[in-house]
Write a protein that binds this ligand. Structure first.
Ligand SMILES: Cc1ncc(COP(=O)(O)O)c(C=O)c1O
Length: 397
């Protein structure tokens, strides 16, 4: 678990590169080494005991802490300007460990209908089995969410922008409602990234990430992170060190390396996604475009207040529905058709095979996710070439 050692001083661009990497770890190596050691040895029992009791820095066993993993945690913590951070094997491990740390039988959690599919499954399939009462509100109905929170709950769980319909939740307003109810407010910041939005600064208590996506940025490593106040993060860390969904050191190394270009990548992806969203709005084959940067987006005003950029993911529906999606997707030359997002290469796919493949058609419909939707995660390719590629593919619609 990475705790605050120095206050945030630098910009996000500089922290992406230097955060957590100020001191060479091994013999002057300029890059964070991959420490593949299950345990750490201490010939002196007193020194060993000091580390075990937390009286001096050091590591005991890599399920608990590991030097490479700590560098990753420190970088995320600095970018989110948090007191503390801990990490996980995946984003879903970060989310489930957080919820199982905070909730007990009889507790109530308030969230929204269209969170990421895996999170929705936790709400509908797993938490109720442990006696947790789950209330999922309409994502756009802030009055309704506030009312549900005011009835009393242990946790308020937010995700903004949402996956895959890019709805935006007013984090300040809902965090204030959570605070009034004495709840812990958790926000999934995977889509926005700390470059575009800092939920802790908007009032959330904990921020969770799938580092697999934009943080790592290269679609080659799975990981998750949780940042927030020292005591809350310590509890989540403790749950993970015992239950064991720890981040692998090699994945931590890849994530640290990917994050060095985070600010650069996100600036490019913000710009390209907005240009592509605007262009898609003009296309006759396209029925609707969902991107919070569009002035016509339902929640543009909230997004403008709480985000510095609108992110690299957009989605759109085609006039011919799912049949048109099946014709257009194979024509894309500059997109991987895969269940992922946030990488340097563009990735496209429908919710049925990406964000909500765990859900059936009825469940997707209940969440307001059209079957004919395409989620399009913009990479760092040339913007005009991406538009030209979409143009030739839409000819098949
Ligand atoms: C918003 C969001 N949160 C969490 C996750 C889960 O992350 P992981 O796949 O790393 O477990 C995803 C995955 O797509 C996601 O999109």
């Amino acid at each position: 678990m990475a705790d605050r050692t120095s206050p945030k001083k630098a910009s996000a661009a500089t922290l992406s590169v230097w955060g957590g990497e100020e001191d060479p770890l091994v013999q002057g190596a300029t890059q964070v080494p991959v420490v593949y050691s299950a345990a750490y040895g201490y010939p002196d029992v007193d020194a060993w005991l000091d580390v075990a009791l937390g009286h001096r820095p050091g590591h005991m066993y890599s399920r608990n802490t590991n030097p490479t993993v700590e560098a990753f945690e420190a970088k995320v913590r600095l970018l989110e300007d948090a007191e503390a951070a801990t990490s996980f094997a995946t984003g879903m491990a970060a989310i489930s460990n957080t919820l199982f740390t905070l909730l007990s039988p009889g507790d109530r959690i308030v969230s929204v209908k269209d969170t990421y599919g895996g999170t929705n499954k936790l709400f509908l399939e797993f938490l109720p089995r442990f006696g947790v009462r789950v209330e999922l509100c309409e994502t756009s109905d802030h009055d309704g969410i506030e009312a549900a929170i005011a009835k009393g709950c242990k946790v308020v769980y937010l995700e903004s922008p949402t996956n895959p319909t890019l709805k935006v939740m007013d984090i300040s307003r809902l965090a204030a409602a959570g605070r009034r109810a004495g709840a812990v407010v958790v926000a999934d910041n995977t889509f926005a990234t700390p470059i575009n939005q800092n939920p802790l600064a908007l009032g959330a208590d904990l921020v969770v990430h799938s580092a697999t996506k934009f943080l790592g940025g290269h679609a080659d490593a799975l990981g998750g992170a949780v940042c927030g106040g020292r005591e809350l993060v310590r509890r989540v860390f403790h749950f993970r060190e015992i239950t064991g969904a720890s981040l692998d050191p090699m994945a931590a190394f890849l994530l640290v390396r990917g994050m060095k270009t985070l600010a650069l990548r996100i600036a490019r992806q913000n710009e390209s996604a907005l240009a592509i969203a605007r262009w898609l709005c003009e296309q006759p084959a396209v029925a609707a475009v969902f991107y919070p940067g569009l002035e016509t987006h339902l929640h543009h005003e909230i997004a403008r207040r709480q985000m510095r950029g609108y992110g690299g993911v957009l989605s759109f529906t085609l006039k011919g529905g799912f049949e048109a999606v099946k014709r257009v997707l194979p024509k894309l030359r500059l997109a991987r058709r895969a269940a992922n997002l946030g990488s340097v290469e563009t990735i496209a796919g429908p919710p049925a095979t990406t964000s909500h493949c765990e859900c059936n058609a009825e469940e997707r419909a209940a969440m307001g996710i059209p079957e004919g939707l395409v989620r399009y995660s913009v990479g760092i390719e040339d913007t005009n070439e991406l538009i030209a590629d979409l143009g030739q593919a839409l000819g098949a619609a």
